[in-house]
Design a protein around this ligand. Structure first.
Ligand SMILES: [Zn+2]
Length: 847
């Protein structure tokens, strides 16, 4: 086929894009991506424009072999073409499956964003789904201001906002971003405050082939041909950097025209979203200045019916009623939509307006999240659905609203959101989840849950944290307003009294001890917020308290570590980051909720459930298997096993009544606890998996480590006390590590099933211990509970092995190795539990 094709070309015939598509498809289906890529290049070289069919074929090929860099290059090439080839739904789904398969959640999240918004990126205005971008929390507090009498007298104002850049960005701007700012951006934090405050001016001008180049300190150069594309994480940054200059120029011009330094006009910008507050009489002049400055960089607010600027009067109703000055000029009419006085408006994805308007907006966004979750069912893989659901369709889609309006979102609206989230979890996990299981799913993963936090629980912590962390900046905004003679009397007092009220509400819900902790956290958070702003203003580095990434190189900060952007992931280090306070406060609410659950279960005599929760909350339990999506990764589970393991974790029943156990003569309880003490075949298989994980770690520490060693002792040649024999677990000794997995529901479990098993194992070998020791061999049982908790001695041994392994490899930090080993063991235990349940279930229920 290839030969025939080449002949065709050689004879001067032009192959159509369909002919190329067929050939590329043939290469892809035979797994030859080099051939496919070469054909694609040849096609472009021959002047044939690619289309969405060719690109999908190519993308599918790259996704299939797990080459996401290749897949992305196809996508970049598509939209980079002039005119661009727009991805369609099929292509986005192909990409999504590919991303998910290799666990590239960041890319998957973008793909979901594309899909949710329809897949036609718009040139020009940045239409990126804001909830997928950094949270935007610095806001002028909106509520209540208009009721301040002094404020009403001080100003009847025009608010102008929503800046749409319709034009192409000029190629004359090149700007430098501080590496710290861009790394914050990479971690989905809010960068723009930093960027705008620290952008280096004047901007060095450089044009390279009409391409706007953004140089980020540390070497990365971001180039854009046009304005921001949808889904382009740098889009807002591009707009923001250019528009910061425009806004500054406009204000300078305005002051020149007014011949004053006190213009009575205040502008606050976040990327391409600007709000201007000024006297009605000045609004025309300001807009003229703004448009003149914008025209100089080739941008425009546009005119006609589709304009994005909205203008309205704000102020006390009485003052507004008495206001009759003319202010609506022809220019304003042409370039702005006219809003009702004091109307609620959406700014930066959140509503500024009455509590009712904010509540309605929250409701609307929560319905949108629900639709996104429904679309996830297409993926048809529970682990993928659940992970994507949590990463991009959970409460985080409305967290920015809770942070800004959490204090006024009604309980009914929050509960409606949570009920829809519960329905998603229930559907994904095969139906019928009891309330207590759903409550458990709502707490953090380290507390035994799934991290699907509830809006009702998060509203107050989110609002409070936002208010405390944003306070220094908000104060600065108000001071700046005063300095420009747009004064809002008592604004900070108003702000603080709302914050205090929220703190009192949170404390009222918590136990006495935790209420005190909440108070302390808020005080500490307030201090840190001050420090953060001071550091930003002085141009200092915003250092996170964690270890430097990328061997301390500034460029290394640009690369988020695997999992670092996922707050439920153990690698995630949110210390020193803006969401830290919210996480800490939410953690208190979590623990309170769990205590309440445990009380309910204890009162109901449900001891197995109480024990399960206690085990799962232990710090040594690794739950990474919950989010390990790459089927080739050792921590991932088959879809069936995954659902069963998650249901077991949540104590969700499998049947409505006890059933006869298929593996023994006993009875299988509806929650499956019996299975974790039965099913010997699956139990042994799981034991061997854990042993293999342990062996892998031991081999990293000690290349002579052996598995299943016979004849350790001449006196007892058939004795096999060592699942793994290694010299790396105890200094100066050879250790015979004996793996054991214990259920807290076993008859002989006692108060601590792991310790009870350790004692039993030592008793079994008691008469050989001294003989072994004489040969320099210590017998050491390593016991886990079936829920993943390590016995302290297991922890000690694993830590020692990881240290030794790190030393051998010259790594300074042993913890990544330990974490990886734990992740594998955690997955093996989850797989074991699912297998044991399956072995005990009656055949008709297994399908
Ligand atoms: Zn049984």
């Amino acid at each position: 086929a290839i030969w025939a094709f080449d002949q065709l070309l050689a004879e001067g015939l032009t192959a159509s894009v369909h002919a190329y598509a067929n050939l590329i498809n043939a290469y892809v289906n035979s797994g030859d991506m080099d051939g496919a890529a070469a054909t694609f290049s040849k096609m472009l070289a021959n002047g044939v424009r690619s289309n969405v069919v060719v690109c999908t074929a190519l993308l599918k090929g790259y996704c299939r072999v797990g080459d996401m860099a290749g897949a992305r290059s196809v996508l970049d090439g598509m939209v980079g073409q002039d005119p661009p080839v727009m991805p369609d739904l099929r292509l986005v789904n192909t990409l999504l499956r590919g991303c998910v398969r290799v666990g590239d959640l960041k890319a998957a999240r973008l793909a979901v964003a594309c899909r949710f918004y329809g897949s036609t990126p718009q040139t020009g205005a940045s239409n990126v789904d804001r909830s997928l971008l950094p949270s935007q929390n610095e806001k002028v507090p909106s509520d209540g201001l208009s009721a301040e009498p002094a404020w009403a007298q001080a100003a009847i104002n025009v608010t102008i906002f929503h800046w749409g850049v319709k034009a192409q960005f000029p190629a004359t701007h090149r700007f430098l971003l501080d590496a710290a700012a861009s790394s914050e951006y990479g971690k989905q934090r809010r960068p723009t405050l930093t960027v705008l405050l620290r952008m280096q001016r004047p901007l060095p001008t450089s044009v390279e082939g009409g391409v706007l180049g953004v140089t980020i300190l540390g070497g990365e150069v971001h180039r854009a041909r046009r304005g921001a594309e949808q889904g382009d994480p740098h889009g807002s940054l591009q707009c923001g950097a250019v528009l910061a200059d425009v806004a500054e120029g406009a204000m300078a011009e305005f002051c020149r025209c007014k011949a004053t330094d006190l213009p009575g006009c205040f502008a606050a910008w976040y990327c391409d979203d600007g709000q201007v507050i000024c006297r009605p009489a000045n609004s025309d002049l300001y807009l003229q200045c703004l448009d003149a400055a914008a025209a100089r960089v080739g941008a425009t607010r546009g005119a006609g019916p589709a304009v994005k600027t909205r203008v309205r009067l704000v102020g006390h109703p009485a003052a507004l009623a008495a206001f009759h000055e003319p202010w609506l000029s022809e220019h304003i009419r042409q370039t702005c939509q006219l809003g009702e006085p004091n109307e609620a408006t959406e700014v930066l994805g959140t509503v500024v307006g009455s509590a009712t308007a904010q509540d309605a907006h929250f409701f609307e966004r929560s319905v949108a999240s629900d639709q996104l979750r429904s679309s996830l069912a297409e993926v048809a893989d529970p682990a993928v659905e659940l992970t994507l659901g949590r990463l991009c369709a959970d409460v985080s889609r409305v967290t920015h609203l809770l942070r800004t309006c959490g204090a006024v979102v009604s309980e009914a609206t929050a509960c409606q959101h949570d009920a829809s989230l519960d329905a998603f979890i229930t559907r994904t996990l095969g139906g019928d989840l009891p309330q207590l299981s759903l409550a458990q799913a709502a707490v953090g993963v380290t507390q035994g849950g799934l991290g699907f936090r509830r809006a009702a629980d998060l509203a107050t912590p989110a609002f409070l944290a936002s208010r405390i962390e944003a306070r220094p900046f908000v104060q600065r905004l108000f001071e700046a307003m005063t300095a420009q003679s747009v004064h809002v009397p008592n604004a900070m007092q108003h702000y603080d009294s709302q914050t205090d009220l929220a703190l009192q509400q949170l404390k009222g819900r918590l136990s006495e001890n935790r209420a005190a902790q909440a108070q302390e956290m808020c005080e500490r958070g307030a201090e840190m917020a001050q420090q953060r702003l001071a550091a930003t203003l002085s141009g200092g580095q915003l250092r996170s308290t964690g270890a430097p990434v990328g061997a301390g190189q500034a460029g290394g900060h640009l690369l988020a570590k695997d999992g670092a952007e996922n707050p439920e992931h153990p690698v995630s280090n949110s210390a020193g980051q803006p969401l830290q306070l919210q996480h800490a406060l939410a953690g208190l609410v979590d623990r309170d909720g769990l205590d309440a659950m445990v009380s309910t279960l204890t009162a109901g005599g449900r001891n197995s459930d109480v024990r399960r929760l206690k085990e799962l909350r232990h710090e040594t339990v690794s739950s990474e298997w919950l989010w390990a999506l790459d089927p080739r990764a050792p921590a991932s589970l088959e879809p069936d096993a995954y659902v069963a393991a998650v249901r077991l974790r949540l104590g969700a029943s499998f049947a409505t009544e006890p059933l006869p156990c298929r593996a023994c003569q006993g009875t299988l309880d509806p929650s499956g606890y019996h299975a974790l003490c039965c099913a010997p075949g699956e139990s042994t298989r799981g034991h061997n998996d854990v042993r293999d994980c342990l062996f892998d770690l031991a081999r990293l520490a000690d290349s002579t480590a052996e598995r299943e060693v016979l004849g350790l002792l001449d006196a007892a040649p058939g004795l096999r006390p060592a699942d793994v024999l290694t010299s790396a677990a105890s200094p100066g000794l050879t250790s015979a590590l004996d793996v054991g997995i214990a259920s807290p529901d076993a008859a002989n479990a006692g108060a601590d099933c792991a310790e009870a098993m350790r004692v039993r194992k030592r008793a079994t070998y008691a008469r050989f211990l001294s003989a072994l020791m004489a040969e320099g061999v210590e017998y050491r049982p390593l016991v886990w509970s079936c829920w993943g908790r390590e016995h302290p001695d297991t922890t000690a041994a694993l830590t020692q092995l990881a240290r030794q392994a790190a030393r051998r490899r010259g790594a300074s930090d042993y913890r990544p190795l330990l974490r990886r080993a734990r992740a594998h063991i955690g997955a093996a235990l989850a797989r074991r539990a699912a297998g044991m349940l399956r072995a005990c279930m009656p055949t008709q229920l297994r399908e």
